[in-house]
Design a protein around this ligand. Structure first.
Ligand code: SF4
Length: 427
């Protein structure tokens, strides 16, 4: 949670999209980028995430990871204590000692991320230099990278962006034509997309992040990349510095989003539309059938989305166009105009898009609107529930496989379930 002077302005997205956007700068309620460790450590199976932070950071990770108990966890916290803060100990020496102990005990670790936090930034501990130093010591067996998960003026999905961006400089070089899908996806979703791309005739498809650090995808001037997540601005910039070009598309949420996302890749690789249809007809129909059940239950329900995950605009597009829901406000922490252009073009008129947050003003708008369901961060959910509003934690959208045709029904279910629970409680 951080505070700044409150200002409210209204503007437009510019370009061909002329939708008014409410811009707010004020107190905001978000989790920090450390949260990304919880899903990233599951994805990259030989990586370890060492957060260099305080006991607060350790508690956040522990509670975000929930009830999961690991015999050999693949994340941990090197605690910066009072001696480090007072400058009585050399934090770099302490860090080297902790890393050496960890790597001696855990030969399964092949990629180590040093993850910065607010405290490590406050004491100006330079983790990029620490990573270089430790790399020299432990290469080639272990690669050491660093990124910041600090909560200073960031939001929780930026942790993934910073992590993936830190990997881009060490990706091998290639001149081969290839499709690179960027953004952490559940393995089951990644496998489905890999099968669909193969059936469509796109032969050379790689994913970032990989499941294994030994399988880093190469990148180069003939790489076209497709974002699977909407919060990867720094990673996209880093890939473009390596020569890759972005395939513009909406995001693969819902049947329509998935179809347009796959279609954009097919167009970029010159694939015949009949081949795309042949590959996608069956899963698309399955997805539509799954959504039909939820449309009956959710059509006409009113939704308010607080800015948290950066998935809000694609979600607003999905629930309004495919489920018939009425979105009152779709808030986003940041609005990346280029990455969001295809989404904004599909978003029905009448939905208030807001960027940034002045949480008290936004809470007032939400209370006035009395939506049927509010999508928000954990910090706002309990107070709103206590006021009788039904909420959905936006963080669940990152912990649950929601992309692609076969997950479209599961995505709708995430919004249907709290409404059913509220109805039962009311009986
Ligand atoms: S990184 Fe900052 S915001 Fe996140 S848990 Fe640590 S102190 Fe809190």
């Amino acid at each position: 949670m951080s505070a700044a002077a409150a200002t409210v302005t209204s503007s437009t997205t510019g370009g061909c999209e002329d939708r008014p956007v409410l811009r707010e700068r004020g107190q905001h309620s978000v989790f920090c980028g450390l949260t990304g460790v919880v899903w990233l450590h599951r994805k990259i199976q030989d990586a370890f995430f060492l957060v260099v932070g305080s006991r607060t950071c350790a508690h956040l990770l522990q509670s975000a990871a929930g009830v999961m108990i690991f015999a050999e966890p693949r994340f941990g916290t090197a605690i910066i204590d009072d001696r480090d803060l007072a400058g009585l100990a050399d934090a770099n020496d302490e860090l080297d000692r902790v890393v050496t102990q960890l790597l001696e005990r855990r030969p399964d670790i092949k990629l180590l991320f040093l993850v910065g936090s607010c405290p490590s930034e406050v004491i100006k501990l330079d983790l990029s230099r620490a990573a270089l130093r430790l790399n020299r010591q432990f290469a080639p067996g272990v690669r050491v990278l660093s990124y910041s998960g600090s909560g200073i003026e960031t939001t929780f999905t930026q942790g993934e962006d910073a992590c993936l961006a830190s990997m881009v400089p060490v990706l091998p070089q290639t001149d081969a034509s290839q499709l690179l899908v960027v953004g952490a996806l559940a393995d089951v979703v990644e496998d489905q997309f890999a099968r669909l791309f193969a059936a469509m005739g796109i032969a050379n498809v790689r994913f970032l992040p990989p499941r294994n650090s030994g399988d880093l995808p190469p990148v180069g001037a003939a790489t076209q990349y497709l974002l699977a997540q909407p919060f990867l601005a720094d990673t996209a910039r880093a890939l473009e510095q390596r020569g890759a070009t972005r395939i513009a598309a909406p995001f693969p949420l819902g049947v329509e989003g998935t179809t347009l996302w796959l279609q954009a890749a097919a167009d970029a690789f010159g694939i015949d539309p009949t081949r795309v249809r042949a590959a996608t007809d069956m899963p698309r129909e399955r997805g539509k059938r799954a959504l039909a059940n939820y449309r009956d239950r959710l059509a006409g329900k009113r939704m308010f989305l607080f800015p948290d995950s950066q998935l809000e605009i694609p979600l607003a597009r999905f629930v309004s166009r495919e489920l018939g829901m009425q979105v009152i406000e779709a808030g986003t922490p940041y609005l990346h105009r280029a990455h969001m252009a295809d989404e904004l073009a599909l978003l029905p008129a009448g939905i208030q898009v807001s960027e940034g947050q002045d949480v008290e003003r936004q809470l007032d708008r939400c209370r006035d609107a009395r939506p049927d369901i509010t999508v928000c961060g954990l910090g706002l959910a309990n107070p709103l529930e206590a006021e009788g509003l039904t909420t959905k934690w936006s963080i669940e959208l990152l912990f649950t496989p929601v992309q692609g045709y076969d997950q479209a029904g599961d995505l709708a279910e995430l919004f249907a379930r709290p409404l059913v629970r509220r109805t039962r409680l009311a009986v």
